[in-house]
Design a protein around this ligand. Structure first.
Ligand SMILES: [Zn+2]
Length: 657
């Protein structure tokens, strides 16, 4: 992004109201090319994203809270607290061994929501939950409901599978949110005590070990930033450097499953379990930034590039193996077997955001946009009460509606389910939507950069004290017009940097300046530099039209097929939009361009006729008849109209050729 040089910045000591310490959002590096905005500096105002955030605040947070209360996951903390004086008497632990982490992600989401909009009722629920977690912390700072009591497995006895440090990592991320929003000094104190304990057990004088599921690395690095404590960053560095040296035991999926096969700085691509790999890479980049370790940062960059080039679905989804939830080999991206876990989409966004802050390059914001709109937002149902865990690109059978009162296996249902036995995704969606505006804009010494589009206000102050106030208004992602209105005079020349999404490279994007001059917006960003006055308007016009997307021919599973993208939205064919039948035997006529509609696009479809011999191989199949013009809708919205079949990639009708 332009020529902005990296510069150190310091977070403000207090917000403008002088009360809570509102530092930047979830990520606040001590040095970066771009500076994140804090919760008081950016605010969604209305439209698409504000509605998603309101759904999260009004429904999703409560849904997660109610489910975990009902099935005893929150109650684990109460039972652990009651048993503190008598660790030998068993009590019933609800859920699998890492359900603590879901309570922590809920706490994180609640804190970001409180930082955004102070709701006394939510604060009371949050405080009560913090108290229950606090009561379960042991005298030495250890906090986990599944390990360490006489009747449980000993502490740190199952680092491969126990998720002990993973769960604690999510607690520490909740602590970061509590600190930066001022939501709970009590939770911050819990986090300090836990971090001290981890330093004693795993620090330079401690045990040389790592957790089977990375997460504590990214959490400790940020905790160190938030509490200005270099020891937590050092502990994150130790965990990152120890991985890839075979410290974890042999498992059937091989050491690459938990990235213990190759040291982070030597790896060329992300591999193994996708969520683990992405959380680890995010933590490694944080460590690299804080320790000025350019070699490590370059390694993470290289892995991001290779992974995007060869191991990413058109939706931005990552991970094609169900069995080990892993990235497959290069170009192994079958649409009907896509695992594409919602959490992997969120972890990918976490990684890309850190790289964007470090390097300032729009390609990272491009992937954030693709992933937020086509993976993360695909997870919650329209009513916010059910979620996709996996995000297939081709649903072959209609499946059945899941029981709204039962726990679901993670990938069992073809429709969104209210809760899962392993329920990492709903709480991850909750914490992400509660803080999603943090990904939208940044500042530098020269001005402000808009990375994501929608309707929001930015009120920030540059390092030299220059205040900037502007409002962004857009019907994005359905509409490509982005209107930026300056609300105050700016004392000096500054730069307004607008991302030109990579999907817009086929048709010209234009910028209209306050004086009416119209410019072509070329490249990945366009920069308007001037001394803005109150009322000045800059308009970016992005060409939101439906276009064919062709796959790299090495992605064998979709060779001979096309997808349709409408601006940033990947579209999908759902059987409820067909006159009859399923999506499995459709063909698309690519000689007729897709017609852009208000929310999707129409394409010409027909059905294929295959031999009736009972043997699905032989001479070429033929076209059986036209289905006419059929509407494709945004992929993220599929599955909201009852059981259906669905596909993103459409086989091209060239059977007669
Ligand atoms: Zn998940």
């Amino acid at each position: 992004m332009t020529t902005t040089a990296p510069h150190a910045h310091t977070a403000p000591a207090a917000s403008r109201d002088g009360h809570a310490r509102r530092f930047a959002g979830a990520v606040s590096p001590s040095t970066s090319t771009l500076t994140p905005l804090d919760a008081t500096e950016i605010r969604l105002t209305d439209g698409f994203w504000a509605e998603k955030q309101a759904l999260n605040a009004d429904v999703v947070l409560r849904h997660c809270e109610d489910w975990m209360e009902r099935i005893g996951w929150t109650g684990n903390f109460d039972r652990a607290a009651a048993g503190l004086g008598d660790p030998s008497t068993p009590w019933e632990h609800s859920g699998i061994e890492f359900v603590d982490s879901e309570v922590y992600k809920l706490l994180e989401g609640m804190a970001w929501e409180l930082g955004r909009e102070h709701d006394p009722a939510l604060q009371a629920r949050y405080d009560a939950l913090v108290d229950r977690v606090a009561a379960a912390q042991e005298g030495d700072g250890y906090l986990h409901t599944s390990f360490g009591r006489a009747w449980q497995r000993p502490r740190w006895s199952d680092l491969e599978w126990g998720h002990e440090l993973y769960s604690m990592g999510h607690l520490l991320q909740a602590v970061v949110a509590a600190e930066r929003t001022g939501a709970s000094p009590r939770l911050v104190e819990i986090g300090r005590r836990l971090a001290e304990h981890l330093w004693t057990v795993f620090g330079p004088e401690g045990r040389v070990a790592i957790c089977g599921h990375p997460e504590v690395e990214v959490a400790l690095a940020e905790l160190g930033r938030a509490l200005d404590e270099p020891r937590w960053i050092e502990l994150a560095r130790l965990f990152v450097d120890r991985r890839g040296r075979g410290l974890l035991g042999q498992i059937e999926y091989g050491a690459e499953y938990f990235q213990d096969d190759v040291p982070v700085r030597d790896a060329g691509v992300l591999r193994g379990h996708a969520v683990r790999a992405l959380y680890l890479a995010a933590g490694a980049l944080d460590v690299a930034v804080e320790t000025r370790d350019d070699e490590l940062a370059d390694a993470v960059r290289r892995q991001w590039e290779a992974t995007v080039a060869t191991r990413t679905y058109v939706t931005g989804g990552m991970g094609s193996h169900h069995q080990d939830e892993a990235f497959g080999a290069d170009h192994e991206l079958p649409p009907d077997r896509a695992y594409s876990e919602t959490c992997a989409g969120i972890a990918s966004t976490m990684l890309s955001w850190r790289l964007l802050l470090a390097d300032g390059e729009a390609r990272y914001a491009d992937l954030i946009e693709r992933t937020l709109l086509n993976v993360v937002l695909a997870s919650p149902r329209d009513d916010g009460r059910a979620f996709f865990y996996t995000n297939t690109l081709h649903q072959r059978s209609e499946g059945v509606e899941p029981d709204e009162d039962e726990l679901n296996a993670r990938a069992l249902s073809s429709l969104r389910a209210p809760w899962f036995e392993v329920s990492c995704c709903p709480t991850n969606v909750a914490r992400t939507l509660a803080s999603v505006e943090q990904f939208f804009a940044t500042r530098s010494s020269d001005g402000v950069q808009l990375h994501q589009y929608g309707s929001y206000d930015v009120d920030t102050v540059l390092d030299d004290g220059t205040p900037l106030a502007l409002s962004v208004a857009s019907g994005y992602p359905l509409d490509g017009r982005v209107e930026v209105t300056w609300r105050g005079d700016v004392e000096r020349e500054v730069e307004l940097t607008l991302r030109v999404p990579s999907w817009a490279d086929g048709a010209p994007a234009t910028v209209v300046l306050p004086d009416g001059e119209v410019r072509q917006a070329q490249g990945s960003t366009t920069v308007v530099r001037r001394r803005f006055s109150a009322g000045d308007v800059v308009v970016l016009e992005l060409p939101v039209v439906a276009e064919w997307v062709l796959p790299d021919p090495r992605i064998d599973a979709v060779r001979g097929q096309v997808a349709v993208q409408r601006g940033p939205l990947v579209l999908a064919l759902e059987s409820v939009d067909l006159p009859t039948g399923s999506v499995n035997d459709v063909l698309v006529d690519t000689t007729v361009d897709p017609v852009t509609t208000s929310v999707g696009a129409r394409v010409e479809l027909s059905r294929s006729r295959t031999p009736a011999s009972g043997w699905p191989y032989g001479r070429a199949a033929s076209t059986a008849g036209s289905l006419g013009s059929v509407e494709l809708l945004p992929y993220a919205a599929w599955g909201n109209r009852g059981p259906s079949t669905m596909r993103v990639w459409l086989p091209v009708d060239d059977l007669e050729a």
